[in-house]
Ligand binder design. Sequence first.
Ligand code: AMP
Ligand code: TRP
Length: 344
Amino acid sequence: MTDQAPAQYQGPQRVLSGVQPSGALHLGNYLGALVKFARLQHEMECLFCVVDLHAITVWQEPAALAAQTREIAAAYFAAGVDPAKATVFAQSAVPEHSELAWMFQCVARLGWLDRMTQFKEKSGKHKERSSVGLYTYPVLQAADILVYKATHVPVGEDQKQHLELTRDIAGKFNHDYDAPGFFPLCEPLIQGPGARIMSLRDGAAKMSKSDPSDYSRINLTDDADAIAQKIRKARTDPEPLPETAEGLEGRAEAKNLVGIYAALSGVSEADVLAEFAGQGFGAFKPKLADLAVAQLGPVGERMRGFLADPGEIDRILAAGAAKARELAAPTVAEVKRKVGFWSA
Ligand code: AMP
Ligand code: TRP
């Protein structure tokens, strides 16, 4: 039995994540994803892609898409991702993602996709008019991750269900093709106070690129005045801040602002409350605005700096894609052999 494959994945630890080039990045993307990317590059091998194939599941202006892709890459760099350490590339430049996604479409079950809440939210009342790609979107996401046999995936909380589906697909593939331990069951890296940043206008809705109100979010490119004004106008309640986190239950807007303060300053919610307990929002908001400006101002500035040289971004993305393909091609070749294709 010595040549039997191990039941558990034995390969190296590797991180993969992606952000869609479908609009301006906001504080939720920054705290839920980008900050973690920059930290992880010192701990593990990392690949970060700009998921332009995912972006076109809803309409994107062809004349703008390439520039939007460079903008996300610039945001990665501005947040501290170093292309000398992490591989940064555009998803569409690595065709192996799409190829593996097809094979996974034949592994995933309709019932699994029917449960995906993000599709239900994004397709709204007119499901039948949504693209088929919007429905199979999480299968492509699984391919993004598994084509590199990534073991860790840093994302915000809204992606939890998609990562569970990724694990289900990996497990079913390993089982159906008698290949135990071939694909890893990846671990989501979600924890932290920035995992779910809510809208500044409505504590029950997450901060989102697609919210029609610009006052609902802080964009990475907002200047100091815009950041301060949005925080000043953020919805709150008339009560002072409580002494403990339990006192924030039922106060979604207050909880969100305290969470943002904690995430931006790198301390716990309890520490923030220890400092501000008993104070009202009239005192807390200016402190939060100062902190947000101090943290985000330089990120926006660095982003503009990178965007001033699109040629350099393109060179980094091209080199990243070449490296990513070297890792992805052997996985697709192995999968084809396991499936039994004539061409394999
Ligand atoms: P997207 O803009 O949908 O491509 O999301 C990019 C990354 O940002 C993903 O890891 C999301 O989970 C994360 N993200 C998006 N919105 C939020 C939010 N409001 N709070 C925390 N993380 C978020
Ligand atoms: N679905 C993710 C989002 O909307 C983006 C994404 C695509 C992703 N492929 C991925 C995230 C792979 C992590 C890993 O935020």
